[in-house]
Design a protein around this ligand. Sequence first.
Ligand SMILES: [Zn+2]
Length: 449
Amino acid sequence: MSDTKPVWIRDPLAILADGAERGIVVQEGRIIELVPAGGAPASADVAAFDASDHVVLPGLINTHHHFYQTLTRALPAAMDRELFPWLQALYPVWAKLTPESLELGVTVAMSELLLSGCTTTTDHHYVFPAGLEESVDIEVGVAKRLGMRALLTRGSMNLSQRDGGLPPDSVVQDEDTILGDSARVVAKHHQRGADAMVQIALAPCSPFSVTTSLMRATADLADKLDVRLHTHLAETEDENRFCQQMYGCRPLDYLESCGWLNARTWLAHGIFFNADEMKRLGKAKTTISHCACSNQLLASGCCPVCEMEEAGVGIGIGVDGSASNDGSNLMQEVRAAFLLQRARYGVTKVSHRDALRWATKGSAACVGRPELGEIAVGKAADLALFRLDELRFSGHGDPLAALVLCGAHRADRVMVAGKWTVIDGAIPGLDVADLIRRHSAAARAMHAG
Ligand SMILES: [Zn+2]
């Protein structure tokens, strides 16, 4: 495929767009034309890709993850625990991360995501033991190698057990180091504009692992550098109690007092907001990453997605870290969110289209990228194409609904910025068997002792 010649994704079996029954035309990383029923592309000089066996979605967008956690999946020492004791079991294991194991963990997570139809992902990397000062740089390298769009966050923790926080000293840094490195990675890696492939956001981990001083200073720095802000909030009752005891208020009041309640911020989880807090979030245009699998696995609770949307709060989807999911499959996460929210709100309030909307347009708002998450003229040529020739889809009556209801989990083709990054269900050039071998060995070394 030439970089400049338009490509017609022709005659899809189904497509998540109106007026594109005969497909779409992409060129130089953008969607330049929708081809309606009975129509043809404006120019005859196009390369055609036959999509008649494919369901075409806008590329899915993952709004919350911790890539390094692929190294600690299904770890017996942390299993069957709620968030705080789960974290306390895992911090000492994560303290053993090395640049080599991190790179393998990131490669596994991003590959899993890509193969599940994800074209843009965030990552919240907040563990910086000695020797891992260049974690964000490592992540940028992997994103570029795989051709994936990424909003990588410079996470942080500086409130250790010594000062009343949850993490041990071995995984925290001091405020000056954190702020200095935050400015460094933004200057070095953050791209601006609608075609950006790599962006950086700032992301103190949570109220129970970061000082108020760092929360405030990070908000000021994000404002100055014009980058987004991210953290975990309202995930568990433990966190509510911690905020009451430590700060004398609820998590959202605390967040607001730190200068974070604004459109720059997207929050992971958002389970325990009351009606007044939802209104304040909606008014501030702060958005929420809903992590259905993680919330169920850790028994944290259920994000009140419909009430949030009624209050004007934007909802995206996140797989969360692979130690609390324990996978990085965004298409499966769409199904998990659909089922969880349907169980909560009933069959008339939540449809498969809602879940797909959260993972596309909704997630695009979380990452501050309105040019992503939608099949429309002028939007990015980020697409996920699924075939329905597996046993699980046999007998379906609606191709688009079948993706969610029958449990699609693997894209056949993925396009990012007009380039195929997944072909025939595989990432060109990636030796998966070798990656699994090396990643598993790195994980075993961390689990030992
Ligand atoms: Zn998380």
